[in-house]
Ligand binder design. Structure first.
Ligand code: GRF
Length: 219
């Protein structure tokens, strides 16, 4: 089976992009990263992508005078020029219109730094700490028109420590992001993810048996 052609859309440093590029270096990985695109020409990840020999293009939203459809047409043209099968949003900080999202329905993934549906939006680590959450984490999901919603493909959790601050918690969650995004993309690219009633059912993954309760029961 041919490898899926993936575009990663970024707005910033692109550490998740780098994790995806790294995973896709393996010829047996079912997807290849053929394009990195950013709405910000100064995004650090663009240079890193070029260094990795990947086409990197800026579609600068400020050049479109707040004309979102025109921005999205330009983005779509770049995606089509590279014959993209799947999109991975990785710190892409522009809202996409319902029309664009529907065009890419079930073919566009996002990573969010929280265990959705908890803590949609920004400042997730601070909000998890303020809420006294005992577990926190990250979610890879299909993109739907509603922000930070859509069928969950994979999640990874970390324990929240009593001495955590925003930075320490963010760092542990980011390490989880770098593990789960390539794995989630693998599942999608291999065609092992079925969406049934808004839930992702994954073929070939054993059912979990260990409970994950924190704090653990006293022994
Ligand atoms: C990540 O925390 C991701 O979950 C969120 O934006 C951040 C992007 O970081 N959507 P990076 O650019 O991948 O390093």
């Amino acid at each position: 089976m041919s490898r899926k052609r993936v575009a990663v859309l970024i707005s910033g440093r692109g550490s998740n992009m780098a994790a995806l590029i790294d995973a896709a270096k393996d010829k047996n990985y079912p997807a290849e990263i053929v394009l990195v695109a950013s709405n910000r020409p100064d995004a650090g990840g663009l240079a890193a992508a070029r260094d990795a020999g990947i086409a990197a293009e800026a579609v600068d939203h400020t050049q479109f005078n707040k004309d979102r459809p025109a921005f999205e047409r330009a983005l779509q043209a770049v995606l089509e020029a590279h014959r993209i099968d799947l999109i991975c949003l990785a710190g892409f900080m522009r809202l996409l219109s319902p029309g664009f999202v529907e065009q890419w329905q079930n073919r566009m993934l996002n990573i969010h730094p929280a265990l959705l549906p908890a803590f949609k939006g920004l400042d997730t680590h601070k909000r998890a700490l303020d809420a006294g959450a005992k577990v926190h984490g990250a979610t890879v999901h299909f993109v739907v028109p509603e922000m930070d919603a859509g069928p969950v493909i994979m999640q990874g959790a970390v324990k929240v420590r009593d001495d955590d601050n925003e930075q320490s918690l963010a760092a542990r969650v980011l390490a989880v992001e770098h593990r789960i995004y390539p794995e989630a993309l693998r599942l999608v690219a291999e065609g092992r993810v079925r969406i049934v009633d808004g839930r992702c059912l994954i073929d070939g993954v054993p059912a979990p048996d260990a409970s994950q309760i924190e704090p653990a029961d006293p022994v």
